[in-house]
Design a binder for this molecule. Structure first.
Ligand code: FES
Ligand SMILES: [Fe+2]
Length: 419
């Protein structure tokens, strides 16, 4: 077919209903707001790694679905999460990205979370322990025992990541939610404590789902010269995409020939426990987290959607806590040469999704994006994305190919209903 006129360009493709999506799901403000309400406020999100809070009173802050949260380690060594909002007049309590409550601050008592606005104080369990001029202002009508932070569901699991759910009664436990997808990596990441050695973040002008797509489809390895040189062989094309409950997928392992790329060396000498040399596993969790173990380094991406066409992505690299300085340096080199901000692959992925974001800004004419490749669920099949959007449709009760229609499994799989 030759180039299309406007009417032809807007026509639906000759594919099944689950083999394409309408780009409004990446650009529509109302759909975005609904995603925060229906998905992000009810699902498990990894907010950081326990090694980033190594000592009692260490803390980190971040946000989920526009709600600020603070994660801190108590004197009892427990990691807890709270809404980072003061119950007095709604001020954000801690504004630093990370630090320690152990030492005092000009507006903060030692070992306390202190709201600098009117100096109310909270301990590491979220109890209010001090209200300034309490008796004078409230007499006996309100006391610190009536006040407390909002505690959030928080667990340390799957390689020592700290998971938070804003829903007090999540539909599934964290273990049930993630365990099947994590099966392929669990022995490697739970054998002994891990440690974050790399952190950077990027604010990218694209939809968070497009970043997740890029992590779970490997067809775009045509963009990655490094991957083509080190990986395009029979074992690569036999890698399986496996779908799991709750919208997760994994990409199976194969041996990467790093030494095929000029300047790179084999990574066989340094790996993770129970992981054969130079292997590569990938876990993509709904709605947008990625765990990627390439031999010597584990990478984790966590997305924080900021708008329909804006996402913050936090990248972490992890090794073993007991690494020798030499081992750690090797892991850092391996991680950064592929995935650091100046690595071989990461910037190419960012160019890809920013290009999509540029073409699908809020207000742009809806387009159709194809997810219709079928190759026996191997590496260039797009079954991972189809599985993801089926889960998205269920949570949102919207059909990905026509988000004005309610989701049903039958409609999702048939073309005509999506007209
Ligand atoms: S708003 Fe926090 S003490 Fe007043
Ligand atoms: Fe990529």
């Amino acid at each position: 077919m030759v180039a299309k006129n406007h009417q032809q360009w807007k026509a639906n493709p000759p594919l099944q209903g689950d083999e394409w999506v309408n780009s409004r799901i990446y650009s529509d403000q109302a759909i975005f707001d609904e995603e925060l309400e229906k998905i992000f406020k009810h699902t498990w999100i990894p907010v950081c790694h326990e090694s980033e809070l190594p000592k009692p009173y260490d803390f980190r802050t971040m946000s989920i679905a526009r709600e600020p949260i603070v994660i801190c380690r108590g004197p009892d060594n427990e990691v807890r999460a709270f809404l980072n909002v003061c119950p007095h007049r709604g001020m954000i309590i801690e504004r630093r990205p990370s630090g320690s409550f152990l030492e005092g601050q000009p507006s903060g008592n030692p070992k306390r979370m202190t709201c600098m606005f009117h100096a109310w104080q909270y301990d590491m369990k979220g109890n209010c322990v001090y209200i300034s001029r309490e008796k004078e202002g409230y007499q006996d009508r309100l006391c610190k025992e009536d006040i407390g932070l909002r505690r959030l569901r928080c667990e340390v699991k799957f390689g020592g990541f700290v998971w938070v759910n804003l829903d007090d009664n999540p539909a599934v436990s964290l273990e049930d939610w993630g365990s099947k997808a994590f099966d392929c990596l669990r022995k490697s990441i739970d054998a002994e404590p891990l440690e974050v050695f790399h952190y950077h973040k990027a604010i990218v002008n694209t939809n968070y789902k497009l970043w997740h797509d890029t992590n779970c489809e490997f067809y775009h390895d045509f963009m990655h010269y490094h991957n083509r040189v080190t990986g395009f062989n029979d074992a690569y094309f036999a890698r399986k995409n496996e779908a799991f409950e709750n919208g997760h997928i994994t990409v199976g392992t194969f041996e990467v020939n790093y030494d095929q790329y000029e300047g790179f060396e084999s990574r066989a000498d340094l790996s993770f426990p129970h992981l054969p040399p130079n292997q590569w596993y990938m876990i993509d969790l709904f709605p947008g987290m990625n765990f990627n173990l390439r031999g010597s380094a584990l990478r984790c991406d966590i997305v924080t959607p900021l708008g329909p066409d804006k996402v913050m992505i936090e990248y972490r690299g992890l090794g073993l806590k007991r690494d020798t300085p030499e081992e750690r340096q090797t892991r850092i080199n391996h991680h950064n040469s592929i995935w650091g901000p100046f690595g071989r692959n990461l910037h190419e992925d960012l160019i890809g999704v920013q290009g999509q974001g540029t073409a699908m800004q809020t207000g742009s004419e809806p387009r159709r994006l194809l997810l219709g490749r079928h190759e026996n669920q191997t590496i260039h099949d797009e079954n991972g994305m189809r599985h993801y959007y089926e889960e998205w449709g269920r949570w949102m009760n919207r059909l990905p190919s026509n988000p004005d229609l309610p989701f049903t499994e039958h409609q999702y799989a048939t073309a005509t209903a999506a007209e």
